[in-house]
Structures are given as structure tokens and as C-alpha cells.
Ligand binder design. Structure first.
Ligand code: AMP
Length: 507
């Protein structure tokens, strides 16, 4: 089977196959194999699948295809201002940003528009963005209710509803909000529910929401890989960098992907490793697309020894036979660990996942071990490693810019669990619009002012004509700081910085 025919055999159309090929995906993952054909038929779906399985493409690809399919008049339905045709509900702003980014990635050759809204940020730019045409709206429940309350969105045209990470939404107390949102949707629609688990409460919700659903279930994508050797060094924070340099140099490691929790940490560590004589670059959402592309290219061709990345920046980074993944800091969301280590031990090659764990992170380590249902062997420090004296130890906090006052994180009405807000998805305004830059009829030129479009790249219209990329900009063409005082919580907080012309928050 050829690269394309693999996905093509699922019934996906050319513009999607091209986008998939651009993303570098060769074969559909098990959840994609099962979910895509079902969703394409318009049937409801109940899917047991976790982050890291490729579930997002499993629903985004067929939804894009359905929404762009011509109607009885031979034309795809018109997108309308403030009236999305598809609603994706997710528990956290990070996931919201990621899902909407996927919509843009997979929909780049289609004339679809998408918008992401989440809480914890000023609602006004989102309200302006809602005035534009929207095909796919990705939202956290609380902020969506705020919009419904202000009548800035109308859900009466929703044809497809997705509840993503439904179990996490229930854990976070969103059940009442979800039910309130459901009351605004038309009865006739397709429903897709994705959840890692289907315990009683979630099953109840599924039963009340789904109509004769197809049921699919997939094993976690990465934990199964016995080819990844996992180990954890229990070390003091101040010697992590020195130990890492030692391991890389003495082990002659090449193509080392190192994860940090924050963008600042990624920058800092890359600098520190360079000082140690190890060629390193950081990639994260504040880097320009060109800088990211260059860093990835030199990492892939092995001319760059170490790439330091945040979780979201590393999404889509598919390098077969990547030999070393290092968790310089453990993620506080255990699923992210699984996702990270899945970068190695692929395609039958062996890989090593090494974690450097300080005292404060031991809770994260036990959470991870609980999730993967096995202990991670503790490694002993190499005999020839001599930790530097305390005065010479460094951490990623060194030179850290002052943090702004801390406030609530996540959705404006609920505590947000889990994922740190590192990464590039979404704008600092909590609203970003994306998908197509290519549609003459429904493209940006006719869609009114467009809010920030991080990482916008030029796209081709369905006719094959190159179309104008949207420069990233704030809604009124001016970068606007998020208003309304502190909004970013302990783990997600950070100094606002400019990236291109978009104001973002750096964790
Ligand atoms: P998800 O579970 O949707 O969060 O996806 C996990 C990661 O898998 C993302 O980084 C995707 O870019 C990547 N991914 C999704 N589908 C494929 C595929 N068919 N082949 C390779 N990588 C994929």
C-alpha cells in the first residue's frame, strides 16, 4: 500500500490526503482506522481512546470531509457568522488550542474556518471573532456558556458535536455545563464521544447523548512498546543539567530530544548545553515557523545533536528511530509522559527514555507509574560523574524573567486540571481562527477581520491556486495585551511576550 492509499482507503478526499502527507503521517493509527470510516457515514461514535493515539485526527479528518462535502445543490453548505456547524467541547484550554491547531493542519487545503475559545482570558476578542464565519468551533464548556449567555454564538446549526476527553471533563465538574450546552443544540446531529475510560457516569452521559453509536476501543499507542527502555535518575534539580551533559557526552548520544515543561526552560537548557559544548536548539511556540522548521530539519538530518522542546512544540515531530528521549522535567500530566516516550522505540528500533527526577517531581513519577502500570527502573549515577560543587550548579530558573501576578487558570468558570499551558496553540486572547486561507468564496477577504492566526502558512485553494497567507495579527490589527488583570494560574502563568505580532503568554 502506498503512503496515500493507506489513508485513501479509508475514504478520505484528496485535500485531506495532501494535508496528511504534509504532516508526515504514513499509516493511520488504530483509532483512525476504526473511527474515520464510521464518522464519514454520519453515525454516532463512542470511542475509548487516549491522548497519544492519534484520536484528534480520527475525528477532525472525517468531520472536515463531511462539512466540505457538496450538498444537494452541488455546493458545500455556507458557513455563517457565529453559527458553527461543528462543535468540539474539550476540558482544557491547552487541548482546545491543540485541537483547533489540528483543524488548521488537516484543513489547510479546504475552505473551512475554525475558531477556538476558552476561559481565563478576555472574552471581547472572542466575541469579535464570533462575528466571523465559523465552521468548526472548539471550546471549553464554561466559556462557551458565557458566549451563549451573551448570545454571541448560536448553536442551532451544529451538525456534529464532539465531546473530547469526556472523562476528564466530568472529573473537572463540567457535567452540568455540558448538559446546558446540549440544550442549545439541534436534536438532529451526529455525536462523537472520546474518553479514556467509560466508568458509570460517563457511560450514562454516553447513553443519553449517543444514538445507536458504533463503539471503538484502542489500546494506548505507546505504552505497549517494549522496545523503549525507561529509566529515571533521582537527582537534585541543580545537577540535572550537568548530569545530562555528562550522559550525552560520555554516551556519545546523537539525536537527543529533551523535554522541558516551559518555553523559558527550553531556551535556558539549550543555552546551557551549548555552553557545555553540545550543539542544541530549542523549539517552542514563540519561535518563528522558519526557526522551528530549520531546527527540525537539522535535527532530523543529525547535524543538530540535541533538540529541546516543550510538549506541544514537539507534536507532529515524527522521527523514526529517534534513539533518546530525555525528560529533563517530568510532565505533570502523566499522559504527556506516554506521549513523549512514544517518540522513541518506533518502527521496530530500540530507544531509551531517560527521566531526570527531582524531589518535587516524585509525585509526578508515581502518577506516571500508576498510568503505565509498571515501575520505571531507577538508574544509578554513572561512576565517573562528579556533581559540581553547589556554587556551580544551575537550574532552569536561573535568569527567569519576573512572573506577573498569578490568578485562576483554565476555563473562566472552572478549575482546569492537568496540562501546562506551554505551547503554541491559541492566541493570548484565547481566540484564534484558522483553517483555510484558501477559499475565494469564504476566505478571509470576505470574512471580516481575522484574529490571530499563529504560525499561518500560505495555503492553496481547492482550485490549486496559491492563496494569501494571513499574517498573524490581533483582531483589530494591533497586538493587544489581554485585559482584565491576572488570569493565568500557577503553572500556566508567564510574562506576555510578542511572537510575530501576536501577544502570547509564556508559561
Ligand atoms: P493525539 O492522540 O490526537 O493527541 O495525537 C498524538 C500525536 O500523534 C500528534 O502529535 C499527532 O500529530 C500524531 N499523529 C496523529 N496521527 C498520526 C499518524 N497517522 N501517524 C503519525 N503520527 C500521527
Amino acid at each position: 500500500m502506498t503512503l496515500e492509499s493507506n489513508f485513501a482507503s479509508l475514504g478520505l478526499a484528496q485535500p485531506l490526503l495532501r494535508a496528511i502527507a504534509d504532516a508526515g503521517y504514513e499509516t493511520p493509527t488504530p483509532i483512525q482506522l476504526q473511527a474515520i470510516p464510521v464518522v464519514l457515514t454520519g453515525r454516532d461514535l463512542r470511542a475509548a481512546a487516549q491522548t497519544g493515539t492519534g484520536k484528534t485526527a480520527g475525528f477532525v479528518l472525517p468531520i472536515l470531509q463531511r462539512l466540505s462535502a457538496p450538498g444537494p445543490d452541488g455546493k458545500p453548505a455556507q458557513s455563517r457568522a457565529g453559527k458553527p456547524r461543528c462543535l468540539v467541547l474539550v476540558p482544557t484550554r491547552e487541548l482546545a488550542a491543540q485541537v483547533e491547531e489540528s483543524v488548521r493542519t488537516y484543513g489547510k487545503y479546504l475552505s473551512m474556518t475554525s475558531l477556538v475559545v476558552f476561559g481565563g482570558v478576555n472574552i471581547n476578542p472572542q466575541i469579535s471573532a464570533m462575528r466571523g464565519k465559523i465552521d468548526i468551533l472548539v471550546a471549553t464548556p464554561g466559556r462557551l456558556l458565557d458566549h451563549l449567555g451573551q448570545r454571541t454564538v448560536d448553536l442551532s446549526a451544529v451538525e456534529v458535536l464532539v465531546l473530547d476527553e469526556a472523562d476528564r471533563m466530568l472529573d473537572m465538574g463540567f457535567i452540568r455545563d455540558i448538559r446546558k450546552v446540549l440544550a442549545h443544540l439541534p436534536k438532529q446531529r451526529q455525536n462523537l464521544m472520546f474518553s479514556a475510560t467509560f466508568a458509570d457516569e460517563i457511560r450514562e452521559l454516553a447513553d443519553s447523548m449517543l444514538h445507536e453509536p458504533a463503539s471503538v476501543e484502542v489500546a494506548r499507542r505507546n505504552t505497549a512498546s517494549e522496545l523503549v527502555t525507561q529509566s529515571a535518575y533521582m537527582v537534585e534539580k541543580g545537577i540535572k543539567r550537568h548530569l545530562l551533559s555528562h550522559l550525552i557526552k560520555e554516551g556519545n548520544w546523537f539525536q537527543v530530544l529533551v523535554f522541558t515543561r516551559t518555553k523559558h526552560g527550553a531556551n535556558r537548557l539549550a543555552e546551557q548545553l551549548c555552553k557545555d559544548g553540545i550543539e542544541s536548539l530549542a523549539i517552542h511556540g514563540n519561535k518563528s515557523q522558519n526557526a522551528r522548521t530549520r531546527a527540525l530539519a537539522s535535527f532530523k538530518d543529525s547535524s543538530l545533536q540535541v533538540l529541546v522542546a516543550t510538549d506541544i512544540a514537539a507534536r507532529g515531530l515524527d522521527i523514526d528511530q529517534l534513539p533518546h528521549v530525555v525528560n529533563f522535567e517530568l510532565p505533570n500530566v502523566p499522559e504527556d509522559y506516554v506521549h513523549r516516550i512514544g517518540r522513541t522505540g518506533r518502527a521496530g528500533s530500540e530507544g531509551a527514555a531517560i527521566s531526570l527526577v527531582d524531589r518535587e517531581e516524585s509525585k509526578f513519577l508515581s502518577d506516571i507509574e500508576r498510568l503505565i502500570k509498571r515501575p520505571i527502573p531507577r538508574a544509578t549515577l554513572p561512576a565517573d560523574f562528579v556533581p559540581p560543587p553547589p556554587s556551580q550548579r544551575t537550574t532552569l530558573d536561573d535568569d527567569r524573567p519576573p512572573r506577573p501576578p498569578q490568578g485562576r487558570r483554565g476555563d473562566s468558570r472552572r478549575p482546569q486540571g492537568g496540562a501546562p499551558a506551554h505551547g503554541r496553540g491559541g492566541s493570548g486572547q484565547g481566540a484564534s481562527r484558522g483553517a483555510s486561507q484558501g477559499a475565494p468564496a469564504r476566505g478571509p477577504s470576505q470574512g471580516g477581520p481575522r484574529p490571530a492566526q499563529p504560525g499561518a502558512v500560505s495555503a492553496r485553494s481547492p482550485s490549486g491556486m496559491p492563496s494569501q497567507a494571513q499574517p498573524a495579527r490581533a483582531p483589530q490589527g494591533q497586538p493587544q495585551p489581554a485585559r482584565g488583570g491576572p488570569r493565568v494560574g500557577p503553572r500556566t502563568g508567564g510574562a506576555p511576550v510578542r511572537s510575530g505580532s501576536v501577544l502570547r503568554r509564556v508559561p
